[in-house]
Design a protein around this ligand. Structure first.
Ligand code: FMN
Length: 225
């Protein structure tokens, strides 16, 4: 059984929402799907207090579903983010969600999980949303195994050719974490080493003994992921 946390950061428009519901209904039996509808749940915006830069904690997590979302992401094997593209970039709600994850940035807290990024637009397809999201996912420790940008029509066609089977096939074939995630790890390690010893990120890296690891592969062995 593969557990997928599906973050749905689109679907204000009924056509796309209906399509998403249809896609969800075609999931194969070997997938456990946990859907998070960011619009329905009235996700709050980051209020800019910057507390997460000090201790990693977001004080508004308690007042909406963010704590729960984080726990649900921690339970998943795959994190799937589905977003609309607005004006050549990700939707505002996706950005709000990502900003609320700032305390997790560079911790590699979701290491061992795989990522799927699906971006839907009308017809103007820019690579920017996918590139941006990939970078964010890697800095959370998620290895992106599939990322695509679609018009709503090609998205519909693609999903009919069994999106879920494709995701699980790639997931089981890609057992080795990508070299790109390793490159990000090495780069971030340099930044962490230069931080003050009281910085919560440095403490996290030390407590998990990531700071002594030469590569992401060493971390995976150490943490038995
Ligand atoms: C404010 C806004 C900006 C948009 N910008 C783009 C764009 O740059 N390129 C594009 O192809 N489609 C663009 N679209 C179209 C949406 O990506 C498309 O209609 C999508 O299916 C709407 O999804 P939603 O239900 O999540 O709003 C835009 C739509 C809106 C409302």
């Amino acid at each position: 059984m593969t557990k997928i946390a599906m973050i749905i950061a689109c679907g204000r428009n009924q056509k796309l929402l209906d399509l998403i519901k249809q896609i969800i209904s075609t999931k194969s039996e070997d997938i456990l799907l946990d859907c998070m509808y960011l619009f329905d749940d009235k996700l709050k915006m980051c209020n800019g207090c910057a507390q997460c830069f000090i201790d990693g904690n977001c004080h508004i997590d308690k007042s909406d579903n963010m704590n729960e979302y984080k726990n649900r992401m921690m339970q998943a094997d795959i994190i799937l983010l589905l977003t609309t593209s607005y004006l050549g970039n990700i939707s505002g709600i996706s950005k709000a969600f990502i900003e609320r994850l700032s305390g997790w940035f560079q911790l590699f807290i979701l290491l061992g999980k795989r990522g799927v990024l699906l971006v839907v637009n009308d017809n103007y397809s820019s690579q920017l949303p996918v590139l941006y999201l990939k970078n964010i996912f890697y800095h959370l420790g998620i290895d992106v195994i599939l990322s695509k940008s679609f018009s709503i029509k090609t998205f519909e066609d693609y999903c009919q050719t069994d999106l879920w089977k494709e995701i699980t096939n790639i997931y089981y074939k890609n057992e080795i974490i990508s070299e790109y995630l390793n490159e990000i790890f090495v780069k971030v390690k340099g930044i962490i080493l230069s931080m003050d010893r009281n910085n919560y990120k440095k403490i996290w890296w030390e407590q998990r003994e990531m700071i002594d690891c030469k590569s992401i592969y060493d971390v995976l062995n150490k943490l038995e992921l």
